[in-house]
Write a protein that binds this ligand. Structure first.
Ligand SMILES: C[S@@+](CC[C@H](N)C(=O)[O-])C[C@H]1O[C@@H](n2cnc3c(N)ncnc32)[C@H](O)[C@@H]1O
Length: 402
């Protein structure tokens, strides 16, 4: 790791290069470094070793110039490798900055202030115990047809790593075997009873990610109501992702008070993903069990995801599916390979299909037998594989699907 030091009133990160340079190499290095201001980067030789001092550089320029110095290519490559391994604080005036970030910050003494304020005050003294349990094998890799509140009661505490789900939103959609227009009290009581079970079965450090769309037209901020519920239950609000659907359907209708501020109607082309952690923000797992690429990680931690809505709802006969890409990102970003992923409102099984493809263990629960059958069908990639699926144990717990 590079340490920090002061030289002539400037802060630098510094590191030593392994191999001892020859005389000719030092003179070439001097020529190379002369292209960059000493306040940004320089080197010294101490006890025969090169020590590089780094504040900030234009990496592209540095790499470009390096191409003219083929005789010291190995040394420069080693310097570049070390520079790439140092965390930079971002780019300022075209240069990547490695030190003195606090000087740029509006908030000084951030850590001390953080301690004074306290983080996620609403989730302190949560009382969750940190011992996790194994999921009984009869539930593993299963599509289960039933009411999630009842089914989840059969699970032990702390046995699921990730819950990803999209509950019915009470909009009045036409589901098979579920009434989607209850009074809000009745709807929320049922939803929260299921979420209470979800919290209980979630592991310590596990995450629950809820895809939710407020009923804008009735002024029901369902995403806030659900978030408040989880925070009152002392889960940590880990963040929120905007799922930008570019839903042009809603763009040109329902203006409210046309051209008047008396009651303009706001339009939304996105849904929300609210993310919560139980007990700890850290979910433990082995580094070799992550399947995220650097590009995926960099792209997906920016919390606005542009993903088109699911186009195959007619094909699967379900009115409110989310797209596979949404499940793929959530599962890869928030769980390790081999983790247990649960969807308690599994519909026709988008979560369980993607979880299986990504090498996670899965459980999908839905109240509709018709949807469960389709979810089972989607787990096999070709028709006629049901026998094989049976052999793999991917069946409903309930006899209807046997
Ligand atoms: C928004 S849909 C989920 C769709 C799913 N994400 C997909 O891509 O197929 C909500 C699902 O919740 C199911 N559901 C409603 N009440 C339920 C309950 N009490 N227990 C289990 N599932 C329920 C409905 O049948 C519906 O399929």
């Amino acid at each position: 790791m590079a340490k920090v030091t002061d030289v002539n009133g400037f802060k630098y990160k510094f590191f030593e290069i392994g191999a001892s340079p020859e005389k000719g190499q030092i003179s070439e290095l001097n020529k190379f470094f002369a292209f960059f201001p000493k306040e940004d980067i320089f080197f010294t030789i101490e006890q025969g070793k090169i020590i590089v001092f780094l504040r900030q550089i234009d990496l592209k320029e540095f790499e470009g110039k390096a191409r003219d110095f083929t005789s010291i290519k190995e040394v420069i490559d080693e310097i570049l490798r070390r520079i790439h391994s140092i965390k930079s604080y971002g780019i300022k005036n075209g240069k990547r900055v490695y030190v003195d970030y606090d000087k740029e910050r509006k908030v000084k003494l951030r850590k001390e202030k953080e301690e004074e304020r306290g983080k996620y005050f609403y989730a302190l003294s949560h009382g969750f115990y940190d011992k996790n349990n194994a999921l009984p094998s009869e539930f593993e890799n299963k599509i289960i047809c039933g009411d999630s509140e009842d089914v989840l009661k059969k699970f032990p505490d702390n046995c699921v790593d990730l819950i990803f789900t999209s509950p019915p939103y009470n909009f009045g959609l036409e589901y098979e075997n579920h009434k989607d227009a209850e009074s809000w009290d009745k709807y929320l009581n049922k939803l929260f009873a299921i979420f209470d079970e979800c919290i209980r079965v979630l592991k310590f450090g596990g995450r629950i990610v809820v895809n939710v769309q407020p009923l804008f037209s009735d002024y029901i901020p369902l995403h806030h109501i659900i978030s408040n519920f989880f925070m009152n239950r002392k889960l940590i609000w880990k963040g929120e992702i905007i799922w930008e659907k570019h839903n042009y359907n809603c763009k040109y209708t329902a203006w409210g008070s046309w051209k008047s501020p008396s009651n303009p109607y706001l339009k939304y082309t996105w849904e929300f993903l609210e993310i919560f952690s139980k007990g700890s923000l850290t979910h433990k797992g082995e580094t070799n069990e992550t399947d995220l690429t650097a590009d995926e990680f960099k792209k997906w931690v920016y919390a606005r995801w542009d993903i088109a809505p699911e186009r195959n709802m007619k094909k699967w006969g379900h009115p409110a599916m989310f797209p596979e890409e949404l499940a793929r990102r959530v599962i890869k970003l928030f769980s390790f390979k081999g983790d247990i992923v649960l969807d308690p409102f599994n519909g026709v099984g988008t979560t369980t299909k993607v979880a299986k493809e990504l090498g996670r263990r899965f459980i999908g629960i839905d109240i509709s037998e018709e949807y469960c059958k389709k979810a089972v069908q989607r787990l096999g990639d070709k028709k006629g594989k049901s026998k094989k699926l049976k052999e793999q144990g991917i069946l409903s717990l309930f006899s209807e699907l046997d």
